[in-house]
Write a protein that binds this ligand. Structure first.
Ligand SMILES: *[C@@H]1O[C@H](CO)[C@@H](O)[C@H](O)[C@H]1NC(C)=O
Ligand SMILES: *[C@@H]1O[C@H](CO)[C@@H](O)[C@H](O)[C@H]1NC(C)=O
Ligand SMILES: *[C@@H]1O[C@H](CO)[C@@H](O)[C@H](O)[C@H]1NC(C)=O
Ligand SMILES: *[C@@H]1O[C@H](CO)[C@@H](O)[C@H](O)[C@H]1NC(C)=O
Ligand SMILES: *[C@@H]1O[C@H](CO)[C@@H](O)[C@H](O)[C@H]1NC(C)=O
Ligand SMILES: *[C@@H]1O[C@H](CO)[C@@H](O)[C@H](O)[C@H]1NC(C)=O
Ligand SMILES: [Zn+2]
Length: 600
């Protein structure tokens, strides 16, 4: 669940650290190990690395099936563009195309991160597109430097440019809005001198720190010295310091150095990749196409029911008013909860099929893909979804009926998300699929997975940041002031801060989400006529609930600890650590860890 912005998701799988399975894991110490211990061995040959990845993979396979079959009559313009994009992506790509695409990019007046993204994708033959911004340029270069796919290092040039070579290349350069030649040469020679001086003499480098590869499809100068991992980071830092303008032009020059024969070289992107990119670049038509063929949309009332129950449980907490908030703040919070909406799918749910087609076509009316120009299409798509300031906030503009969706962000993955400015929770349809959900599954499985997920997102509306936004998504200064002065609430916020730092929002949402989902399923004291749960075997039901909750997080390894939510193992273990019903269900005794932090 990425509720905040998703920063870098690129070439996932590269920096995964394998985790040993824990056959004898103790549920009280490492519940993740108990629930997910051999997930990786069972899924070793699959091309996804987590349960969430599996959901996306299946969704994209379905999309690819639809895109591989002939188009229906009268498909909307935007769905046609989706098909062109997919078709171009499935054609062999060539070095010629790369050069032509770079030529077009470097001739542009403004080269920003979207242009850089297309340039890097083309030059380095990336399968997954980088989503670049100021904050992660360095990370992206680091990842590129870590790539070790099979390739032919003989077909590159890794020497510095000589002045003669440069002069010759410059003559053949397309017209670019770049400064003048001498200035450019100065920057090039400067960078190349710095790059090639990185590294050390052989005997200065410990063997186990030695970098033994040259990254895949690398065409920039490579130091003729011995490198450590730290040296790679230095290379990444040098490159990240340069502007997209400079880097694209420079990469183009370097690519022109390669032997002519290379231009006949071609490569192919696979089906899953192309379907994934189609979904990311043209999200609305992709979702539209899937929904035309998807029965799960009818399950929205079931989700809404669970959502109402969760809201009710959270409402009880708010009304208990542990923080002793003033009446006004109380009302503010209760109203926000009451008005919080849930929507299945990123598309509005009130339009007729016909209207929806028109709505999406309106949004993409200036998008014209070319069925034989993959890199060009990539650029058109990224340019179209370039972040525009305030699009989310200006909820009154007609455009905002369709949520603005950007690469690798909201709505292009199975992850649900909460939009503070709209006080709305979006659940992508891809979540309503096995292994998470099946039409006839017992409620305990639905409450422990989807119930938890909805409750997690709901809780984001009340985390220490979200709580000051009103039912209409407007920040309230009065509530902000009161909350800032509330001793109990602030005490709990510092408690979360101390324990989890920047992950405090997620850890709060996890703990709160688990508690709400559990109570919605097991606390029958309230209004519970829907689920005829037997009280037989309560203990094993409780265990099943927690195991199924944890399985949502199963993955191959652990993505770096820097991700918003921390590692999957820690997520599961932190969420259950202080939860009394969990400790009882697994006979864990009382927790000796530091106390639980509770905002409400
Ligand atoms: C999973 O691990 C358990 C031991 O913890 C083992 O008994 C079982 O056979 C494993 N299952 C698979 C499919 O590997
Ligand atoms: C690269 O060139 C070397 C020598 O010139 C040769 O031995 C090697 O097989 C070549 N590698 C590839 C992948 O063609
Ligand atoms: C709650 O706040 C009111 C004033 O707003 C105060 O009179 C009362 O003593 C407080 N109660 C507790 C338990 O702190
Ligand atoms: C659907 O609802 C949105 C607001 O939620 C509204 O702007 C739009 O006009 C509605 N569309 C139809 C077809 O009713
Ligand atoms: C589509 O792309 C191809 C290859 O780049 C190009 O030759 C053709 O002119 C393009 N078509 C349009 C309509 O732009
Ligand atoms: C990029 O987007 C802008 C406005 O969003 C548009 O005017 C321009 O034509 C687009 N450029 C390309 C190459 O699609
Ligand atoms: Zn979250």
């Amino acid at each position: 669940m990425h509720c905040k912005r998703r920063l870098v998701v690129l070439i996932v799988g590269l920096l995964l650290v394998q985790v040993k399975s824990h056959p004898q894991a103790d549920p009280c110490q490492n519940f993740y190990g108990v629930a997910c211990g051999n997930w990786s061995s069972i899924h070793a040959s699959d091309s996804y690395q987590s349960v969430l990845g599996q959901l996306d993979y299946n969704y994209q396979a379905k999309l690819a099936d639809l895109l591989d079959t002939d188009r229906g009559e009268d498909e909307p313009h935007s769905v046609q563009q989706l098909r062109y994009f997919y078709t171009a992506c499935r054609r062999p790509l060539s070095q010629d195309q790369v050069l032509r695409s770079l030529e077009q990019l470097i001739a542009l007046e403004h080269i920003q991160f979207e242009e850089m993204t297309v340039g890097l994708t083309a030059a380095f033959r990336l399968e997954v597109i980088a989503n670049i911004n100021h904050y992660n340029k360095y990370e992206i270069w680091k990842l590129l430097l870590a790539r070790q796919e099979h390739w032919d290092p003989n077909t590159t040039n890794r020497e510095s440019l000589t002045r003669d070579q440069f002069d010759e290349l410059w003559v053949r350069m397309p017209k670019i809005p770049f400064p003048e030649k001498e200035d450019f040469w100065y920057q090039v020679s400067q960078l190349e001198a710095e790059l090639t001086s990185i590294g050390s003499e052989k005997d200065e480098v410990p063997r186990d720190e030695l970098v033994t590869w040259i990254p895949s499809f690398w065409m920039l100068p490579w130091p003729n010295r011995y490198l450590t991992y730290r040296d790679l980071y230095s290379v990444a830092r040098l490159l990240a310091l340069r502007t997209p303008q400079f880097m694209l032009t420079y990469m183009y020059l370097r690519l022109k150095l390669l032997p002519e024969g290379l231009s006949k070289d071609s490569w192919l992107m696979d089906r899953d990749q192309c379907a994934e990119q189609s979904r990311q670049i043209l999200s609305h038509p992709a979702v539209w196409l899937i929904e035309q063929n998807h029965p799960r949309l009818q399950e929205e009332p079931m989700l809404l029911d669970i959502f109402e129950e969760l809201k009710q449980r959270f409402g009880q907490k708010l009304r208990a008013n542990r923080n002793n908030f003033t009446r006004r703040t109380q009302q503010f919070l209760v109203r926000k909860l009451k008005r919080m909406r849930l929507r299945l799918s990123i598309l509005p749910r009130n339009a007729s099929a016909l209207n929806m087609g028109q709505l999406i076509d309106g949004h993409y009316r200036h998008v014209h893909m070319n069925a034989s120009d993959y890199f060009g299409n990539l650029y058109i798509g990224l340019n179209h979804s370039r972040p525009q300031f305030n699009t989310l906030a200006s909820s009154r503009s007609p455009r905002s009926v369709l949520l603005p969706i950007q690469m690798h962000e909201y709505g292009t993955f199975a992850s649900p998300f909460y939009i503070t400015e709209k006080n709305m929770l979006i659940v992508p349809l891809s979540l309503l699929e096995p292994p998470l959900y099946a039409h006839d599954q017992p409620p305990i499985l639905t409450y422990s997975s989807l119930g938890f997920i909805l409750a997690h997102e709901l809780s984001h509306g009340f985390d220490s940041e979200g709580v000051t936004y009103s039912a209409d998504g407007v920040a309230s200064r009065a509530v902000y002031r009161e909350i800032g002065r509330n001793p109990r609430f602030q005490h709990e916020v510092s408690c979360l801060d101390r324990k989890f730092g920047s992950r405090r929002y997620e850890k709060f949402a996890d703990a709160s989400g688990l508690e709400l989902a559990y109570s919605a399923y097991f606390d029958t004291a309230q209004t519970d006529r829907k689920r005829h749960r037997s009280t037989d075997n309560l203990l094993s039901q409780q265990q099943q609930f927690f195991l199924n909750f944890a399985r949502f997080f199963c993955s191959d390894g652990e993505l770096s600890e820097e991700s918003d939510h921390g590692s999957d193992r820690k997520r599961v273990n932190d969420a259950v650590a202080h939860f009394k019903p969990f400790r009882e269900a697994f006979h864990c005794g009382t927790s000796h860890r530091r106390r639980h932090c509770r905002l409400f």
